[in-house]
Ligand binder design. Sequence first.
Ligand code: SAM
Length: 356
Amino acid sequence: MLLTDKFGRAITDLRISITDRCNYKCVYCRTGNEGAVYGELPFADYLRMARVLVSLGITKVRITGGEPLLRRGVIEFVRELSKLQPQGLKPQSSRNTNGTVKTVPFPNLTSAVPSDEPLDIAVTTNGHLLAEMAKPLKDAGLRRVTVSMDAVNPEIFSKITRVPGSFDQVLAGVRAARDAGLGPVKVNCVLMRGFNEDQIVPFGKFAREEGVIVRFIEFMPLEEDRVWTPAVVVTLDEILQRMAEYRPLVEIPHQHSETARRYRFDDGVGEIGIIAPVSHPFCGHCSRIRITSDGKIRTCLFSVWDHDLHELMRSGASDDELVRFIRDVVSKKEARHHIGEPDFVPASRTMVHIGG
Ligand code: SAM
């Protein structure tokens, strides 16, 4: 029996934060201060959690942080993860009255079949250390990489990351990942009014010239400095409008569970995506759970509590006990976030301490 929540959403996507340390201090994420807040576990502990979760139907694992490439041993961790064999999901289907097969949107995952597909392992990184690590990560079994890069103008980039002179290094990381075959490389850009909304069109050109998929992300209230207001969010509609003034876009039909709306330029060169959790929430299709660097399960970015899987492991729990705990936690997954609503309660951790 695979993992579903009480709304029938299949949980197939796991994010593991392996550290909440970061060498950047991006304005939409961190304060200007130093310092990790939460602990880090031995890789063997994350691996056990991943193994149990993969046996429950997780097919994608994204390694994140903090900055995951800061952690020594991450390449070996990828190698060990890549040995896990995902389960195939067997969607429930039934017959329409005319005899054709009808597949329900959220499969009732009562059974698993061995999958031919390897585990889909990805990393989200700020790219600072990627130039030297891309090839070894690929050789260890990494399939994909997402690089956070919030400007193509080096000065604006430094203003956002608060690390002077880092742009060239990140650009080299993006190119190294592409050349290592970790593609299509995705470049994530969080837009914040007053900082980088003038980078929309330059990023369109960048996607076309560099052969990467640029994805704009609406700024969410998950930052340490608590500066979020609706007025700072650059919305999907605005991004589309600005980009269309540069070149017409054609929407690419997207999969039910995909968070990004995808677009190609009219001449077929270059793809962009927009992740719009604020203006166009996609909670109804959410297939994710997260494990924090200190081994807590979070069922939503905006959870106001987390669930201590590591403590249970430390107490000597068997895999079966972990499975029961995980099922119980997942059953409590939140229906949706409440960003911008009067009853919004800030998440109990900010993004850097959750793992985005
Ligand atoms: N250090 C890595 C990186 O820079 O990609 C991984 C961790 S970072 C927290 C993961 C992602 O969260 C990044 O793509 C970042 O842009 C995004 N992020 C952080 N704070 C955010 C916020 N307040 N709203 C939207 N996205 C945010």
